[in-house]
Design a protein around this ligand. Structure first.
Ligand code: NAD
Ligand code: AKB
Length: 311
């Protein structure tokens, strides 16, 4: 079994992805890598290396030296953090991708996973059941970087045959690791506050619908997409993926049905404008027909698992 590198492994997705990949392929096969000096305890069951995605030569020599054949590139700034530092967000979100795409172009890597986001869509995109192919005019630096990344992935596939695969993740909801600075983070924070204080002040309005997904579905989708035979993958930019879509008020209603004393109020901030530019719900029929994707968790099931597991 050739080695797999997860770069940006200490974040919300990386933590759970490394654990799932190690379970499937063996602990020593999957190397976790991140800018952070110390490996989080949860990833102590396998190899860890401190690696900066912006250190092109460092990344190249590590991948070639260790004979790594598959990379999951997760290092990025998310939507809310990126708006505070647009130049750096653009640099981080693009440069690391080129380093990995070029390694694959040279034949050093066999397969790449690079995540896109619902942030590729913008205010002129049809908001309900957003189609796979539609108007895309993102208004955030994060969305612009993801859209450009998608174009480059498709270009490297068409021109150089690079086997790159991608998903437009919705907002991800998890309890094993915390979110890292996105607009959808409220849908995780709400569970911690519900458990610790019984109330939550939401930074989005009550009626702001956004596409969301429970982390188990997202990890399963990622691994399923990476296992599909190459010729079955018709979309080399990124696949739309739907889990469950809801507003903060609808999420609060589901929490109240299990925890009746829960209270919510609303104090929208700069993230409201970002959320308003994104879809309400996603049409993922292309992923369903190309590689059999189907979500398992609806909002009710996700809320139950979150309330049972959030510490
Ligand atoms: P996160 O912020 O939780 O984690 C990112 C990780 O990358 C962190 O551990 C950070 O330390 C690391 N990192 C940052 N700069 C680095 C560098 N220069 N070198 C190495 N590591 C570095 O993010 P996440 O939520 O896990 O997202 C991972 C990817 O998935 C990102 O590309 C993100 O855009 C995408 N995505 C996430 C979501 C979501 O809801 N979480 C949704 C859509 C897309
Ligand atoms: C964010 O809110 O920035 C992310 C995303 C949907 O890409 N969760």
């Amino acid at each position: 079994m050739s080695k797999i590198l997860v770069l940006g492994s200490c974040g919300q997705i990386g933590t759970e992805l490394v654990l799932a990949l190690r379970e499937k392929f063996g602990n020593q096969t999957v190397i976790a890598a991140d800018l952070k000096e110390a490996c989080p305890t949860i990833l102590n069951n396998g190899p860890y290396i401190q690696l900066d995605a912006l250190d092109k030569e460092g990344v190249r020599s590590y991948i070639i030296g260790e004979n790594i054949k598959e990379v999951y590139l997760l290092a990025a700034l998310l939507s809310a953090t990126a708006e505070k530092n647009p130049e750096f967000a653009w640099r981080l979100n693009m440069e690391g991708l080129f380093t990995i795409l070029d390694l694959a172009k040279e034949g050093q890597l066999q397969k790449i996973f690079w995540p896109s986001s619902i942030a590729v869509f913008g205010p002129t995109t049809p908001a309900n059941q957003t189609p796979q192919h539609t108007v895309m005019e993102p208004t955030t630096v994060y969305g612009i970087s993801k859209q450009a990344g998608e174009r480059w992935c498709e270009y490297y596939f068409n021109k150089y045959g690079v086997d790159v695969r991608s998903i437009r993740y919705p907002g991800l909801i998890s309890y094993k690791s915390l979110p890292g600075g996105g607009t959808t983070d409220y849908a995780v924070d709400i569970f911690y506050k519900a458990k610790s204080e019984g109330k939550f002040t939401c930074f989005l309005n009550a009626d702001t619908a956004l596409p969301m997904m429970f982390m188990d579905d997202a990890i399963r989708a990622t691994i399923e997409l990476m296992e599909v035979p190459s010729e079955q993958i018709k979309i080399r930019s990124a696949y739309n993926l739907a889990g469950c879509s809801f507003t903060p008020a609808e999420l609060a209603f589901e929490i109240k049905s299990i925890q009746p004393n829960f209270e919510i109020d609303y104090a929208p901030d700069f993230r409201q404008t970002i959320a308003d530019s994104w879809p309400n719900s996603i049409d993922d029929s292309a992923a369903a027909s190309d590689w059999g994707w189907k979500a398992h968790f609806d909002t009710k099931a996700m809320v139950k698992v979150m309330l049972e597991n959030v510490q």
